[in-house]
Design a binder for this molecule. Structure first.
Ligand code: A2R
Length: 318
């Protein structure tokens, strides 16, 4: 039976991916740093800090997965500015610990390393949809750490570890932290609707264009990537993107339009990120050509599900 070790299982993407893996018939072992309250009772959980090389080796030796889906990371750009050492220790050395453990203890396992479209950085200034051959010019510690993790991964691939690297663009959906822009908008709208916030939504840069994907579509791409374990001669690197340029202002307008409330918009200078990129869109022809993958969920439906989620979450917030 196909047995996946899922790192970062307790995160935003991990929870969605777990459901899809189980539905597709995989046996799943979930690696988490702490036993979260939301964990399912019917899957195996492993306590694992990927910064601990010995723990990674012991976990891989015991579980001997056929596949590893590596999501665990410090994933938040502002956190990476505040704590670059934690970011590099987790994203680079943690990934190396895992790869070394795979090489030593589960050498037949196929790994999907989840990187980020942030690695392109300055290259986005070309103003076109970037493909996998575009230069990588990271503009923040998070992006730099992800690119370093990719380089580490490629070295292990050269030494015989089997796997691929995914570069997902902005994925959004129910369960995401309000540190991210669409979740922040949806949360504020839900707070306004419930009378817990004045009818003014605080926003950062609305001019930027982003490539938004529903987290469920991103997870379906990861499942497709796992199937490459049965093939040979596949590319090592895959963008996962919608290829649509969507202005943040239009996301805000759509969300506000889906609300029954009349809402004013106010610029909050503290929400402007230090290294903002005006246009970040990806070309994912490779995912389509090699794996026949394309996103299927419209942005409108994604935003509707986000609002539904935040309406129920703010009810329980203090
Ligand atoms: O802190 P926890 O227990 O919630 O676990 C987080 C996990 N993580 C770690 N796991 C093992 N050892 C560590 N030292 C460690 N540090 C963090 O990574 C959490 O469950 C997960 C990250 O979840 P989120 O921050 O919600 O990220 P998201 O959006 O699910 O992104 C998944 C992947 C990341 O590699 C991103 O960089 C990429 O997709 O875009």
């Amino acid at each position: 039976m196909k047995h996946v070790l899922l790192t970062g299982a307790n995160g935003f993407v991990g929870k969605v991916l777990l459901e899809q893996l189980l539905a597709a018939g995989y046996r799943v072992s979930c690696a988490c740093t702490s036993p979260g309250a939301s964990l399912r009772a019917d899957v195996e959980h492993v306590l694992l800090d990927i910064r601990d090389a010995q723990a990674c080796a012991a976990t891989l030796e015991r579980i001997k997965p056929t596949h590893v889906l590596h999501l665990a990371a410090v994933s938040h750009v502002p956190t990476s500015f505040r704590d670059p050492l934690l970011t590099w220790n987790t994203n680079v050395l943690g990934t190396m610990n895992l790869l070394e453990a795979i090489k030593q203890k589960a050498p037949d396992a196929f790994v999907v390393l989840v990187s980020s479209s942030e690695v392109y950085g300055e290259a986005f200034k070309a103003g076109v949809a970037l493909d996998e051959s575009s230069p990588c010019l990271p503009m923040n510690p998070y992006a730099a750490s992800k690119l370093a993790a990719e380089l580490a991964g490629e070295q292990y691939f050269r030494q015989g570890v089997r796997g691929v690297i995914a570069r997902p663009f902005n994925h959004i959906g129910a369960g995401q932290s309000p540190d991210f822009v669409t979740a922040s908008f949806a949360r504020q709208i839900a707070l306004i609707e419930s009378g817990k916030q004045a009818p003014v939504i605080q926003v950062g840069n609305l001019d930027a264009y982003r490539d938004f994907l529903d987290v469920r579509d991103v997870c379906s791409a990861y499942l497709q990537l796992l199937t490459l374990s049965e093939q040979s001669g596949y590319p090592r690197l895959f963008n996962i993107s919608s290829a649509n340029a969507c202005q943040i202002r239009s996301v805000l307008n759509e969300l506000v339009g889906q609300s029954r409330q009349s809402i004013a918009v106010e610029l909050d200078p503290q929400r402007l990120r230090p290294s903002d990129i005006p246009f970040a869109v990806g070309n994912s022809d490779r995912m389509r050509d090699v794996l026949n993958w394309q996103p299927t969920i419209s942005l409108k439906d994604t935003l509707a599900s986000l609002l539904v989620d935040w309406r129920s979450r703010v009810e329980t917030e203090q």
